[in-house]
Design a protein around this ligand. Sequence first.
Ligand code: GCW
Length: 698
Amino acid sequence: MNNRLLCLICIFFGFLVGVLWAEDGYRLWLRYEPITDSVRIQEYKNSIKQIVLPESFRSDDVIKKELQRGLSGLLGVTVPCTDSITQNGALVIGTAEDSDAVRKCIDASTLEACGPDGYVIRSVQFNDRSVTIIAGNTHSGLLYGVFHFLRLMETTQSLCDLSIQQKPGIQNRLLNHWDNLDGSVERGYAGESIWDWETLPETVSPRIKDYARANASIGINGVVVNNVNSQAEILTADYIRKATAIADVLRPYGIRLYFSIKFTSPHVIGGLETSDPLDTEVVEWWKKKAAEIYAAIPDFGGFLVKAYSEGQPGPQQYGRSHADGANLLAKALAPHGGVVMWRSFVYDLTIDSDRTKCAYLEFVPLDGKFASNVLIQTKNGPIDFQPREPFNPLFGAMKKTPLMMELQITQEYTGQAKHLVYLAPQWKEVLDADTYANGAGTTVATIIDGSAQGHSVSGIAGVSGIGSDRNWTGHHFSQANWYAFGRLAWDADLSSEAIVEEWIRMTWSNEPEVVKVIADIMDGSWQSCIDYMTPLGLHHLMAEGHHYGPGPGYVHPQRHDWSSTYYHKADAEGIGFDRSKTGTNAVSQYYSPLNERFNSLETCPQEYLLWFHHVSWSHRMASGDSLWDQLQARYRGGADDVKKMKAAWISLAGKVDQERFEHVNRRLEMQLTNAEQWRDICLAYFGQFVKVNEEFNH
Ligand code: GCW
């Protein structure tokens, strides 16, 4: 072989190795990279010398596979699976029924308290051997326990003296895909849908299994596969067959499949004259449809519905209420154990001219009228996933109805897949907010987990930003929002900082310096985004349609509630939406003392100031600055923060892999340019009003 040929072969194989080992983000936080800390490796090897699994798990169960995959990546060894404990360092996985060690070492009441999804991880002595037990009541519980155990290793924590007991706060922890049947994704910024409807059910992409693994690793147990702006076809026999193939892949990971349905399906695909919820043929149609779905997908989760909102049909067109519509579907699903997730995202301005008030006015009077398997799915804030909103006053206001919370993982209004914005602090602010519904301490988290108002069914949904891009979410850092959503759905008490640290260690590096730099970038990123887009309670200033860049002067030709000017109301006097008692009185939808706190200019928290008040440009802020000075400082500070984020990122050159480093760096460049645009366009626009305010200028 001549030298040139040899050289070409080497280059080719070098290229192949490069491609195969490229750090492209596909593995998410489940990278299972070899641990480099030699003390830890020794400790781990001593703690895990054999895996003892129930017999039924020993062939190709996902628990066994995940453990072997994790351990061989992290430790570089294949740990043998056995049916009994033969040495120190056994890792036992099982329920009380199938494991002697579980029965003897874990108190039955402790295990029972874990419920169906919880688990116990404990270091014990059993028959004179040192053993680690992962115990649960169900396959899902054990799977979650195993992922927790692997997370400890991925984040290089000790496995000695473990005593962990976990159970999720919320029962239904769902992703909502706004995926259309043609493969496009509404508000998706990471490529086409991961469901390839065309080739299903014959071909199921291997990606779906990796998607299921990722979800299970953070406790997500339900997936709505199609857009809430639904197409009736999803309920045809053809699509049910296709969805069955997806459900079969999700099932071993404890994930149930749901559909978004179109309310007029009986008419559109069923050939009925009407879809009136009180019509007996319509009732029968839904009953049969539910039976047909459950025959194919026995663990089907239920329906998500966007009704009478943004052009979607609903019961109102037949003179019926949301409750009539939801109960129709609830009745069809109840015999099979399914639920209805009925969205409260409605804003019919004939009900009230202040958009923030509409959903409350429509839904609160229906409290107590919904069937027991209906949850009202409510966005975190009263408008629409703006960078910052006060919590939605519906939380706490419907005491007889379980309310789910809908968060947006896909960054529709927060820079899409171009801006690095870590959203857990936004979600924490809402979850931790006190509604005062049962007096002080009734946080939004306690409303949605059902504990404050005694509901046995509970749920939370995140609008997924997942697509077929190799890195799943478009921006490597948007993966963190998927991760954080799952972790908070499991445990709303986790701090945003703790989640960030876990995620960085698993996704980027365990090096303390790298962890610190990335954590600093992420922790402040939400506040920076608010500052360069919509500071001090401003909202809905984005350009029309794509919802990405700034459009403070935008006026919609027909709908004033889609105009930016409707929201900021800037004029020569000042800026902001007066929702105080002398304005639209939206403050009255909050319980006392919040209602009074928001109502007064003196006590209204600065971050919601222009949400609730029209404030004069010269108003003295707590800092002593005028409002206009403060607004300028926020816009400038926000854009400057991005400059700092970028500089901090550059300091990581050579410390994280080149491929992701460069990708993120390019995105930060775009973010900086866009943040400066937001700053310049908004300040120039608002500045016009300040200039004509003579009193203030003198
Ligand atoms: O956030 C808005 C989006 C719409 C979306 C709607 C909703 C699916 O701009 O694209 O439609 O909310 O939540 O229904």
